[in-house]
Ligand binder design. Structure first.
Ligand code: SAH
Length: 251
């Protein structure tokens, strides 16, 4: 049995209770060493075999899983944040299916949630934006053309950009070409929830300089949109006294 577990964004106490239990029970752990906080591995049993997938290919990861499964051992595949977001889990699942190895997924706190917490930010402010676009710039992994940065920028919704902090000048250029103005508020969050977390609120016009001056080119998220300002919003209907909900009579 293979458990895909979301490790959370960095702080070791941001894993779920279920994820923590899976780590404690594992005989083999394969973790994404580039981004998973190694402190999480301290909960592993003595003698638990630990592999860093940053140094492995898909075939090597699957080979470890296949052997451990034959030995009847419990395997945890520990991914950063939530494994459904840029986690490359589907390709592993497909290989496990071919080998009839069962698996399950334990979700995690994604870094985009960790970044919002760091910024004390609500992504979906009534009257400002009610949608969050999670995306990335194309790198070695292509992004379908219909999902270009420009086309998403045209929505003027809230955008969270993963895997793009190494090329911020190009990112800014494309966001502006798509329709955001240079004075649109933007934020940069480095290593959200880690002890070394750092964060900046600026504008699209000053984002590239902010990243450059502070040497940020990896493990960061860019957040763009009017919600970053966290003002100019309307009150929610849910807690509006004159509004009747399924739980409360309006007055
Ligand atoms: N599955 C992960 C994302 C993996 S892709 C999740 O749910 O968060 C890796 C990218 O995620 C990094 O390039 C960076 O953009 C972002 N990232 C991961 N952890 C982060 C953190 N603690 N703070 C800021 N960005 C982070």
């Amino acid at each position: 049995m293979v458990d895909f577990v979301g490790a959370g964004p960095g702080a070791p106490d941001l894993i779920t209770l279920r994820g923590q239990k899976k780590i404690e029970e594992a005989d083999v752990i394969i973790y994404a060493g580039s981004l998973v906080n190694p402190a999480l591995l301290e909960a592993a049993k003595p003698g638990c075999e630990i592999y860093d997938s940053a140094k492995m290919t898909l075939e090597e990861v699957i080979a470890v899983m296949e052997r451990a499964e034959k030995e009847g051992r419990r395997i945890v595949r520990l991914h950063t944040g939530d494994p459904s977001v840029y986690g490359a889990i589907r390709e592993q699942m497909a290989e496990l299916e071919k080998r009839n190895i069962p698996y399950a997924v334990t979700p995690g706190v994604s870094s985009f949630c960790g970044a919002a917490a760091a910024l004390e930010m609500e992504y979906t402010l009534p009257g400002v934006s009610q949608s969050v676009i999670l995306t990335r710039m194309a790198g070695r992994t292509k992004v379908p053309e219909k999902e270009s940065i420009e086309s998403f920028a045209a929505h003027q919704a809230t955008m969270v950009l993963f895997l793009s902090s190494g090329r911020i000048p190009e990112l800014v250029e494309r966001l502006i070409a798509g329709g955001y103005t240079a004075d649109t508020p933007a934020a940069l969050v480095y290593k959200a929830t880690w002890p070394e977390e750092r964060k900046w609120v600026c504008t699209l016009g000053t984002l590239a300089q902010t990243a450059e001056e502070n040497g940020i080119d990896r493990t960061a998220l860019v957040i763009v949109g009017d919600v970053v300002r966290q003002s100019g919003f309307e009150r929610s209907k849910l807690y509006d006294g004159s509004f009747t909900t399924g739980f409360r009579e309006g007055k």
